[in-house]
Design a binder for this molecule. Structure first.
Ligand code: PPE
Length: 305
């Protein structure tokens, strides 16, 4: 999907025109994937646009950077204000937000410590990641022949640019085989996560999701869903899952900032079914929270104005 162009991007401390937001060809992270990034969303609420769990996302950005010994040359508070500024500057009511900190132009070679660190925050309107139909009726997923990269090879606790080559291989394979999304098993054969989402299954009224030790990213939507489930009185457990736990699930769904909450209708051509009651309840609560309609979850919203 082509990126819808807006006016401004925040880059290293100032707003620049969309077309001027450029980097040098010899940018370190273009060659080695040595950047870290976030995906965040802002939603339209009765009080104007609000960013969902912005501080939690930026804290994860700083944690990702620390794994790679990258010093982000801005404070978290500055990045919070920069995010609000760039949303306002583009007059957006809702959008996807992509903060990125990356090793820039200056030095080549595998020791990145001499390369400068650049930081940018781009925003653009991004609709349903796995399609409107997917959110309503569920998506078809395929277990990838590619395994989730082991966290002793590339730490899965960090959200780093280069590690997405792993997800890209899985995504291409799934899409070319006619599926909507890929699910990756880890090296031990347990379910880790989707190409760009965490995964949950429902069995006998209880929710299960792989622990982060599986190689799943510590997703912020995952954390939100675990909290929502607790508040709704739905038991939720972190547990290693086998592929048959997906095949035999009563319900299953993906969670992610881009994807939001998306039911899974099929895994490897085993029919799970139309979105079930627990998936629906969690989906409804999630969308109502992000749209600012739930008093009890106001602390998750960072109002732009
Ligand atoms: N696992 C992976 C591998 C992943 O990339 C994401 C987010 C998640 C789980 C869910 O994490 P969270 O967004 O904190 O709930 N993927 C981001 C990038 C997607 C993309 O295509 O780019 C996102 O959803 O923004």
């Amino acid at each position: 999907m082509p990126i819808p162009k807006v006016d401004k991007i925040w880059m290293d401390g100032r707003l620049v025109d969309w077309d001027q937001a450029q980097v040098h060809l010899l940018t370190h992270s273009l060659h080695y994937g040595s950047g870290v990034f976030e995906g965040v969303r802002a939603y339209e609420t009765p009080r104007g646009p609000a960013v969902f769990r912005l501080v939690d996302h930026l804290e994860r950005l700083f944690r990702s950077a620390s794994v790679y010994k990258m010093e982000i040359p801005f404070s978290l508070e500055v990045l919070v204000e920069a995010t609000k500024l760039v949303i306002k500057a583009n007059g957006l009511k809702s959008c996807y937000i992509r903060p990125i900190a990356f090793r820039g132009y200056g030095e080549m070679g595998l020791n990145p410590m001499g390369a400068p660190v650049n930081v940018a925050i781009a925003v653009w309107p991004w609709g349903a990641y796995l399609g409107e139909e997917g959110i309503k009726h569920g998506v078809r997923a395929k277990i990838s022949s590619f395994r989730r990269n082991d966290s002793n090879a590339i730490p899965t606790a960090a959200k780093a640019c280069g590690q997405y080559l792993n997800s890209i291989l899985a995504k291409m394979e799934a899409v070319e085989a006619g599926y909507d999304e890929a699910i990756l098993l880890n090296m031990q054969g347990h379910v880790a996560d989707g190409a760009g989402e965490n995964i949950f299954v429902v069995r006998n009224g209880k929710l299960y999701t792989p622990p982060t030790s599986s190689g799943a990213l510590e997703g912020i939507t995952r954390d939100s869903v675990m909290r929502i489930a607790e508040d709704l009185g739905i038991p939720c457990f972190e547990r290693d899952l086998l592929r048959t736990d997906l095949y035999l699930a009563d319900e299953a769904f993906f969670t992610g900032t881009a994807a939001e909450v998306v039911p899974i209708r099929e895994v490897d051509d085993r029919f799970i079914g139309e979105p079930g009651p627990i998936t629906r309840r969690i989906q409804e609560k999630f969308f109502s929270i992000v749209k600012g309609l739930e008093k009890d979850y106001e602390h998750w919203l960072e109002y732009v104005e």
